[in-house]
Ligand binder design. Structure first.
Ligand SMILES: *Cc1c(COP(=O)(O)O)cnc(C)c1O
Length: 498
């Protein structure tokens, strides 16, 4: 197994190289040369394993240049009760008959990003060692709220690395901001930018692919890598929980081996749902992949029409981690769907960069329609959905997950499909206490964030995550805020180079 670039099919690197580098020099994303397969028998066996063993089994198909010992080192350190509040690492809750909430937020920062970012530092430092890289790895992150904190927790004080996070000044929740600005660790930096997530992501991508900047880092014994889902080391760990969940539902006799399931994913950068696509094409029986968006519904329109058009109003919503108009990982999907034609991808993504718009071929449109269903909802519908499931099923979910539930309800009304369905629950409701309380009619505008947390505890009966509780008394360490043009300067000054 080797990795190609979506913008140059002649690129041919090992997984260690792909992970250490983060993004290909041509600006393309690394993709596996083929999607490995998993038989139903193998999937069944996975149902008897611990999460760490499940992870090792799936990784062994993708990271073929890693030794068994290297994989064990990575999975054992990442997926244990040292980092997660449940032995099973993820939880499956029953919403109603045949509908399962896959809770991916039992890690240290209470969002699904932990599933990948707890292991990425191990994958990355192991990769660096394997390719005999003797440079300090500088991780640059653009975050819409959750990735930043999860990456900081994963990389803090990891030897040989340094991490810098950029977040949109007015685009994250109060709890997300508090989580990031109080971050400890000697190798971390956090900075707000005056702009939205797309500005932060574009800024980071620009810095990454600027040869002059790369040379400057090189002169100082450093190199960039990425902890965003453009890094294959972020995406591969996300495939695991879809395989794991299917195997678990079989083991629990909720479904029979071979039965198809739907998977619903609240989507922003298209990483999480793309992982479900890989799981499906490895052999997990999946009927529809359901892509749920908030008012930033560029993906809904794209999956319905084949026209991607980012020239539209940007909304700041109560599901901020999905406030994205340029979904990076779509490039990987389209590369697979267009027959791995790098020229086609260069054409489409060149148009996206120059005019903000492209249209895929009829052949690709047909494939998209077969695999995906897409829907969206606005903030009012999101809140109404939180209230509905709180009242009906005594289940409290966060704003992102509610978007997925609502779009799933719309899907069922439109199609009548009765296939059993897994809904990705991507964050703890405590990360968005204000919006969740508002939805269920218990918001108090005079209360501070931690009083809101206490109120939500009363309403939801869910234990407050210790990591969020601990923030109450933490001091703010990072208060910089820069114009997007000044991101480079912030990077250089943090690294002490000029
Ligand atoms: C990041 C995030 C999403 C979107 O996931 P993508 O992989 O970017 O599509 C959804 N919900 C939450 C809570 C997130 O943090």
């Amino acid at each position: 197994m080797y990795y190609k670039s979506t913008r140059n099919s002649d690129v041919n690197v090992t997984s260690a190289q792909a992970i250490a580098q983060g993004i290909s020099k041509d600006g393309g994303l690394f993709v596996p040369s083929e999607i490995p397969s998993l038989s139903l028998e193998e999937i069944k066996k996975i149902g008897d394993m611990s999460y760490a063993d499940r992870a090792a089994a799936v990784f062994s198909k993708y990271l073929t240049d890693f030794t068994e010992a290297e994989l064990r080192y990575c999975v054992d350190n990442a997926y244990s009760t040292k980092n997660f509040d449940t032995e099973s690492i993820t939880e499956i809750a029953h919403l109603f008959d045949g509908t399962y909430m896959l809770e991916l937020w039992h890690g240290p920062t209470c969002a699904f990003k932990d599933m990948a970012l707890q292991i990425l530092p191990y994958l990355l430092t192991t990769s660096a060692k394997k390719i005999e890289l003797d440079k300090k790895i500088v991780i640059l992150v653009a975050t819409s709220g959750d990735t930043g904190k999860a990456a900081l927790e994963g990389f803090k004080d990891v030897p040989g690395t340094s991490i810098m996070v950029f977040y949109p000044e007015d685009g994250v929740s109060a709890m997300q901001k508090k989580q990031m600005t109080t971050q400890d660790g000697d190798n971390v930096g956090v900075c707000a930018i005056k702009g939205n997530f797309d500005d932060a992501q574009n800024g980071v991508k620009r810095i990454f692919t600027d040869a002059k900047i790369a040379n400057k880092l090189d002169d100082n014994g450093m190199m960039f890598s990425s902890a965003n889902s453009i890094n294959w080391g972020r995406l591969a760990p996300q495939i695991i929980y879809y395989v794991s969940t299917y195997a678990q539902l079989v083991a629990d006799e909720e479904i029979k081996l071979g039965d198809k399931i739907n998977i619903v994913v609240p989507t922003g950068n298209f990483g999480n749902i793309l992982a479900a696509y890989y799981a499906k094409h490895m052999g997990v029986p999946v009927n529809k992949l359901i892509c749920a968006s908030n008012s930033n519904n560029v993906l809904t329109d794209f999956l319905k029409t084949g026209v991607y058009d980012r020239n539209r109003k940007f909304y700041t919503t109560i599901s901020p981690s999905m406030d994205i108009l340029i979904s990076s990982n779509l490039e990987r999907l389209l590369y697979h769907l267009c027959g791995e034609n790098d020229a086609t991808i260069r054409d489409w993504f060149g148009k996206l960069a120059s005019v903000g718009k492209y249209e895929v071929s009829d052949d690709v449109k047909a494939k998209l329609a077969e695999e995906f269903y897409a829907g969206c909802c606005d903030d009012d519908a999101t809140k109404a959905c939180i209230k509905e499931i709180y009242d009906k099923y005594s289940y409290t979910c966060d704003t992102h997950t509610a978007v997925a539930v609502k779009v799933y309800e719309d899907y069922v009304s439109a199609t009548g499909d009765k296939t059993r369905t897994v809904i990705a629950s991507t964050a703890s409701p405590y990360k968005f206490s204000g919006s969740v309380l508002d939805a269920i009619g218990m918001y108090d505008e005079n209360a501070d964030e931690f009083t809101l947390v206490d109120k939500l505890a009363e309403a939801s009966k869910l234990p407050v995550p210790a990591s969020l509780e601990a923030l109450k008394n933490k001091e703010i360490r990072f208060s910089s805020s820069v114009e997007k043009a000044d991101m480079d300067a912030y990077v250089f000054s943090s690294l002490g180079i000029n």
